[in-house]
Design a protein around this ligand. Sequence first.
Ligand code: HEM
Length: 404
Amino acid sequence: MDPHDHTTPETFSFRLPGYIRNPYSFYPKFLSELPFFFNSQDNCYVVSRFDDVKHVLQEYKTFGSGSGVIPMRRDNPDDFGFNPIFMLSPPEQTRLRKLSANAFSIAYTTSLQREISDIAISILNDIERGSIFDLVERYATRLTVLSLLRVISVSDQDTPYVCKLVMDIINGNDYSSNQDTAFMKDDPPALALTKFLSAHIDRVRATRNGGFSAKLLDADIAGDRLTANELYGMFFVSLIAGTEDTIRAFANVLLALWQHPDQKHMVLQDMDNLLADSIFEALRLYPTTHYLRRVVETDCILCDTPVARGASVVAVIGAANRDERQFNEPNRFDIRRGNSRSSLSFGTGPHVCIGKNVARLILTVGISEFLKKFPTYEIDLASSRNVSRAMIIGYGNMPVHLPS
Ligand code: HEM
């Protein structure tokens, strides 16, 4: 019997330890009996079915991002010091996306493959066969942060310092747990990163050294350019927005393959064709961002119910990705299913993840190097634990044994 059969709209909360420990155990009930409900604990409407989640994320005029995907204080714009792209709406947000498009393009991202592969190999070379090591801390986090710092052209000399700041921010507070908590205010690592990035942008501006950075600095559409604040915002968001998702995705992909040795075997036999499919399928079944928050901009009808302007709506990606109306046998990990890429793990609509090419590259390169070197890895699932920050849920630690 499903342990969450007793979940009700009144008792459920996205902050329940049981939800963070195992969000998937709630989704069958959401999808079958509670596809739309008002969640009194978190003061928001909740939608779970694939078509409804897609609708909320795509209809930006009705469901705005103005309060942010993370519930943040609306009355204090200084919390960020800039308007992050994910809190803007078209046309301002579209303008930023267009000016940033070259920096995030597939062509430019693909050119980083060799460098990311070198970083992965050098981390893996330090890990000995026969040992037990933490996949999340020692490999996924280091590879992701070092790769992103390389993407934004942070020098080798500055890398250890900035790497530590990013990791301190990621391992810091859960900003979703308290609606009154300001993001940047009183957060020393975030403030130190702000200071570093401002100086870094000046350095890049002076030297014009660095692909991604130069592409943002040089972006020019009919004389329109990114302002100093917007540039800084894109750097900050690029470093912080994608890091945690990418780190958590690493562990989820390697866990799914370990739990399905037959499919891992297929991937090892045909890495070029099947690795990407296995990453998309793991991202579908085990997404990292489990839900996104929107605010109703104008009175509307949602799931046949009138919803007033100002209400919060939470779209549960984790449930939508397991909706049988969209995915056949949705709870099965199947790298050959063919439509894993239609999942909502990278979002959809105007805010769809701008860094998804970067994320896919880091994951593909990192996982392929790992599988080549340690194909017989064993995971200690009992000692792995889920952590949650904002809407992201995933393993904070995952001990892995590497048979000699
Ligand atoms: C597996 C890794 C990743 C996942 C699952 C992921 C997921 C998402 C999702 C679901 C959104 C939509 C947010 C919304 O609709 O409100 C998003 C937006 C965004 N992501 Fe990612 N992300 C990943 C990696 C990255 C990386 C590596 C970067 C940067 C290099 C990045 C940068 C961004 C930015 C800047 C936005 C905001 C876009 C906008 O509002 O227009 N992400 N991401």
